[in-house]
Design a binder for this molecule. Structure first.
Ligand code: SF4
Length: 261
């Protein structure tokens, strides 16, 4: 091992030791928690953070992929109101997370559509390591009950980092597969500038403020007629950074457009 590696290892051990000592002192005589101006509740100390059940085998909440497709079709055809997604547990089923030959699998049974199995990880040890790294739940959500009411998928913890706004489901490409089925669902879903403003305004005013940055996505966000003015508006109302998930074609076509963005 090279000397620099020994030095790195030594420094890591010292830093770990110092951190554990500081943690113990803090726990013994804790300072009051800090309440940032974007929250009405104080930030949590690391030892106050709770964790969901991790490891395996375990039971978790999941969805039947076919029930989801049927529910989407019923809502789009007007047969059911979109509020069923909040008020009814559409497509929800229990799933088991199990280890099989050092792989992690999710297995579930829908009473209507039968048995499903999905591989979650090709290396059980690696997933175990990732779960061990989970620092615990962040600050509890508050003051945003209406905005983040997603039924049983309601966001309960955390500040989050990036607000993703899908400007359009159109795209100037036709990839197979496409992560968003752009151009492939038989209808166009595109936000008006008023819709975009409302989303940005709502997200930046709630406490605790979850979204410090915004990412415009799609489909291909650069072909939305509101792409440039959405960037301008985001900066104006206070998003620290504005990103876009793009295939870059429109920027390659026009240097001016890229500069404007
Ligand atoms: S959104 Fe991305 S993945 Fe989908 S078709 Fe366009 S370029 Fe391809």
């Amino acid at each position: 091992m090279r000397p620099i590696k020994h030095a790195e290892k030594g420094l890591t051990l010292i830093a770990r030791g110092l951190f554990s000592t500081i943690q113990s002192v803090n726990r013994f005589k804790p300072n009051p928690s800090f309440t940032p101006k974007w929250s009405d509740k104080p930030l949590l100390k690391s030892w106050q953070k709770s964790k969901p059940t991790l490891g395996w085998p375990r039971t978790t909440d999941s969805l039947c992929p076919n029930c989801v497709i049927e529910a989407r079709e019923e809502i789009l055809s007007g047969k059911k109101d979109v509020s069923v997604l909040i008020n009814e547990k559409v497509g929800e089923i229990k799933a088991q997370i199990i280890e099989r030959n050092n792989e992690i699998w999710m297995i579930k049974d829908c009473p209507v559509h039968g048995h499903f199995e999905d591989m979650m990880a090709i290396d059980a040890k690696f997933l175990n390591h990732i779960e061990d790294m989970f620092p615990g739940r962040d600050i509890q959500a508050h003051n945003d009950e209406k905005l983040h009411n997603h039924g049983s998928s309601t966001v309960k913890y955390g500040r989050g980092a990036v607000l993703t706004v899908d400007l359009t489901n159109r795209c100037n490409m036709m990839c197979d597969p496409c992560f968003m089925d752009a151009n492939q669902v038989g209808f166009v879903h595109e936000l008006s500038f008023e819709d975009i403003k409302e989303i940005l305004d709502n997200a930046i005013t709630i406490k605790p403020r979850r979204q410090m940055s915004v990412q415009f996505s799609g489909g291909e966000p650069t072909i939305s007629p509101h792409f440039i003015e959405s960037i301008k508006y985001s900066r104006k109302v206070g998003y620290n950074s504005v990103q876009c998930a793009t295939n870059g074609i429109e920027f390659a076509k026009s240097k001016e457009f890229a500069k404007q963005a």
